[in-house]
Design a binder for this molecule. Structure first.
Ligand code: NAD
Length: 477
């Protein structure tokens, strides 16, 4: 059994725990039992973190890019060294299979390494002017950032939240999810061990609404970065707007996958089925709405169900498990409600549809077919191990359905027609689109959505630029 670490806040590099702070239980999703007590920040902790963030910013903004790059490179190397230990605590607190947890920690290392290169390239530009006149555009760090990361990728979400600010020369206070605190703490600790000044990157936990109101209510904070649900995102964006703080919002999605009759159906199934049940479907870019062209519908649905029935569900620490439990008790409750509602609306439950056992937060990998629009799951992001497989008459109807919802994060398409590929690239309303490819994320590509899926980006050069502001300087003789 993995040793789960002692938990603490990291304020100015100091590990804060106990001393009368309130505690929250961290649950093991495999058993549902508590595994640790998490100290919650007091108002005094948050004020101290804010003071540190201000002083940290004033020094880090002047740090040479090479110094920031070295910190990120070294932190990436430390994450690679520590991958087995961090992945084990991540699986313990979140549930995903160990192989996925290792991949997540390594992706975090790759992101730090990419940002290390990128922070040296925040070039400005010189404008064309007559002799004796000079105008330039400079990019400067925006200021201290307050960042809130959710529980579905406890390491990567935190790496994304802190990597951009550290690369850009900002300071950052991150609040990982209280449900999965240890992996995020390990990410912050790696940065500190790599030489990041302790005032530049701090980590707190608390009552989410209290922490966000406290940090966003302070004039020290100049930017909000949030990943989570659209509902909470809208609430936080309003708080940020009161002080005109900048925002990056990575919110929910309900990704369509357009499968055309001319596609390589086996390749689509072999890659998209594992993708749909990765992390028990608790992924903002999870492929959830399979829109299948009529002539290949039966073949696609049957091949989908066959592959889903072969997914082994179990303890994430067991190498045989391809899917672990959901991360919290809310997960199976939500699945049960959404599947029940779809059934009542007339959907076929083609596979799964039930909780597994009475220990932990397990739910069967589930396939719903021919789901009517009236079902809740056709409107709301399921965020669990369930995929919808529906039939459509052709391209026009499929694009219309793909764009119907207010979300616009990820979309996928499978087709062998080059002409259709360019039509889809132009017409699909989403921040990211993968065609004949199962993944929309890469450390060098901007990750983010449109409409209710949010705005701004992480990853790519855009992830660093999102933490910078332009300043124009005009000089005469
Ligand atoms: P939630 O929306 O309450 O929580 C999502 C995250 O936001 C959590 O980490 C939570 O700690 C944080 N949070 C909540 N209220 C906050 C506040 N006032 N200030 C700061 N942080 C706050 O609910 P949930 O039950 O965890 O998830 C519900 C839905 O959220 C999911 O079904 C999914 O649709 C969405 N979600 C999306 C992502 C994503 O990656 N985009 C991640 C997690 C959850």
């Amino acid at each position: 059994m993995t040793e789960y670490p002692q938990l603490h806040l990291l304020v100015g590099g100091a590990k804060r725990a106990g001393e009368g702070r309130d505690l929250a239980d961290v649950l093991d999703p495999t058993t549902g039992e508590p595994i640790a007590a998490l100290p919650l920040a007091t108002a005094a902790d948050l004020d101290e973190a804010l003071d540190n963030a201000q002083t940290g910013f004033l020094t880090w903004r002047k740090a040479p890019p090479e110094q920031r790059a070295a910190v990120l490179t070294n932190a990436g190397a430390l994450l690679r060294e520590r991958v087995d230990a961090i992945a084990a605590i991540l699986t313990r607190e979140q549930g995903k299979p160990l192989a996925e947890a290792k991949g997540e920690v390594l992706y975090s290392a790759m992101l730090f390494e990419f940002y290390a290169g990128e922070c040296k390239r925040s070039y400005g530009r010189t404008l064309v002017r007559p002799a004796g006149m000079r105008s330039e555009v400079r990019y400067e760090p925006v200021g201290p950032v307050a960042a809130f990361a959710p529980w579905n990728f406890p390491a990567l979400n935190v790496a994304r939240k802190v990597g951009g600010p550290v690369a850009a020369g900002c300071s950052v206070i991150v609040k990982p999810s209280e449900e999965t605190p240890a992996a995020g703490l390990a990410i912050v600790q790696a940065l500190l061990d790599a030489g990041c000044p302790p005032e530049v990157c701090q980590c707190v936990f608390g009552v989410p609404d209290e922490v966000s109101r406290h940090l966003l209510g302070s004039p020290v904070i100049r930017k909000l970065s949030f990943t989570g649900s659209t509902a909470v995102g809208k609430h936080l964006a309003k708080l940020a707007a009161e002080d005109l703080k900048r925002t990056t919002m990575e919110l929910g999605g309900h990704a369509p996958i357009l499968v055309f009759a001319d596609a390589d159906i086996d390749r689509a199934l072999d890659t998209m089925v594992p993708n749909a049940y990765r992390n028990a479907g608790q992924v903002c870019v999870s492929p959830t709405r399979f829109l299948v062209e009529e002539p290949v519908f039966d073949k696609f649905r049957d091949g989908f169900v066959e592959r889903v029935k072969a997914i082994t569900v179990g303890n994430g620490m067991d190498p045989a498990s391809k899917m672990g439990p959901m991360a919290s008790p809310r997960g199976p409750d939500q699945m049960e409600r959404m599947v029940g509602d779809a059934r009542t609306a007339g959907a076929q439950v083609a596979s799964g549809g039930e909780r597994i056992g009475n220990q932990g937060f397990f739910f069967q990998p589930t396939v719903l077919a021919e789901v009517p629009l009236s079902a809740e799951i056709m409107q709301e992001e399921p965020f669990g191990p369930v995929a919808i497989v529906n039939r459509y008459a052709g391209e026009e109807a499929m694009i219309e359905e793909a764009n119907r919802l207010p979300y616009g994060l990820a979309a996928y398409a499978w087709t062998s027609s080059p002409a259709r590929r360019s039509r889809l690239a132009a017409e699909i309303e989403s921040g990211m689109l993968a065609i004949n490819h199962p993944s929309v994320s890469a450390v060098d590509a901007p990750f983010g959505g449109i409409k209710w899926s949010g705005h701004g980006h992480e990853d790519g050069m855009e992830g660093v630029m999102a933490c910078m502001v332009a300043k124009t300087v005009h000089e005469g003789e």
